[in-house]
Design a binder for this molecule. Structure first.
Ligand SMILES: CCCCCCCCCCCCC/C=C/C(=O)SCCNC(=O)CCNC(=O)[C@H](O)C(C)(C)COP(=O)(O)OP(=O)(O)OC[C@H]1O[C@@H](n2cnc3c(N)ncnc32)[C@H](O)[C@@H]1OP(=O)(O)O
Length: 299
């Protein structure tokens, strides 16, 4: 069978080499991101959170939330998902999962080089799942700063392989998958979060949201993830963002800006298992785990 570039062709897609991308940020970006995931949302002088938005007590640098690392992948979208051998409807794309490894605390400003590759492709029949890995280095350094694996869930793009043996490819180990104060999102949450660089109109434009099958714009998955991990830093890590080593999350259902997020967490050794629910609908919207480096003795 011959296949043209305009059809879904897994071999052509997986053989494709993605170009390196660049991402530069500064302390203003770091503070806008922290506000976008609700830092100081409940209390403008919150002693655990002011350091993420302000040089508290004369600190030299604003501290960076570990989930800020997820923004670095935005630089990987230079060509969108316009890839050879890959056919899908962009309006039906949803963020499925995010996995982050942080090798050292993120600096408050940096110029980064991202090495991007395709880490997975699966045919789920009604949907295709594509995984993109982004390894970020500071410019001029060989030392890896962090790694993101972004999973996109492409509704309507499945069924490209033999249904009795659906296509499934992953280049990483399968073990990397997967009640506290109530952080409420503001009705304007997605409008603020988009200023961190994800301008997908699905999160701001009512007409685009309707085309994608939603009654109104939905919240960015990475914004929900930011709220959840910030709650874990506060409740388990005593406010220390550098305690976070690995973050894994799967987006289970959509969140609408203004809904109340409740994150439940369970500590198992050095792994925090968590689940985030929308209080108004009693619906689980995110679940996953966070691996931490250690626990402070004063816990
Ligand atoms: C040039 C390079 C480019 C690089 C680009 C890198 C950066 C990319 C950035 C990507 C950002 C995208 C834009 C952002 C958009 C958003 O933020 S959207 C908002 C956040 N996401 C959501 O709100 C999604 C919430 N989840 C859902 O609505 C549902 O879970 C679902 C995804 C629609 C799936 O539900 P459903 O259709 O009912 O699936 P199931 O029948 O339960 O399962 C089918 C199989 O799929 C697997 N699966 C289910 N959910 C997920 C998931 N979230 N992620 C991954 N896989 C999932 C499930 O296990 C089933 O598989 P099998 O068990 O093998 O059958």
């Amino acid at each position: 069978m011959t296949t043209s570039d305009s059809e879904f062709n897994p071999d052509l897609l997986l053989a494709h080499k993605l170009p390196e991308t660049h991402y530069t940020y500064n302390e203003r970006d770091v503070a806008i991101y922290a506000l976008g995931v609700g830092a100081c949302n409940q209390d403008a002088v919150d002693s655990d959170e002011l350091k993420f938005v302000y040089h508290e007590n004369g600190q030299e640098q604003i501290q960076v939330l570990p989930t800020f690392a997820s923004l670095l992948t935005l630089g990987s979208l230079s060509n969108g998902l316009d890839l050879p051998g890959f056919k899908y409807d962009p309006s039906l794309l949803l963020h499925g999962q995010q996995y982050i490894e942080i090798y050292r605390p993120l600096p408050s400003k940096a110029s980064l080089i991202n090495k991007v590759s395709l880490a997975g492709l699966q045919d789920k029949g009604k949907a295709a799942i594509l995984e993109i890995e982004t390894r970020s280095y500071e410019q001029g350094s060989d030392e890896l700063l962090c790694m993101n694996r972004t999973t996109v869930f492409l509704r309507g793009a499945g069924g490209f392989s033999n249904s009795s043996k659906p296509f499934s490819y992953k280049n990483y180990p399968s073990n990397q998958g997967l009640a506290v104060k109530i952080p409420q999102t503001q009705p304007s949450a997605a409008l603020l979060y988009r200023l961190s660089g994800d301008y997908n109109p699905l999160h701001s434009d009512p007409n685009v949201a309707k085309l994608a099958g939603f009654p109104r714009p939905i919240l960015h998955g990475l914004c929900t993830l930011g709220f959840a991990i910030k709650a874990i830093i506060k409740c388990i890590c005593k406010g220390d963002p550098s305690a976070v080593k690995t973050i894994s999350g799967r987006f289970l259902a959509t969140v609408f800006p203004g809904e109340t997020l409740i994150t439940e967490m369970w500590l198992q050794g050095l792994r925090v298992i968590y689940q985030t629910k929308v209080k108004e609908r009693n619906k689980a919207v995110l679940s996953g785990y966070v691996d931490i480096r250690g626990l402070s003795s004063s816990l």
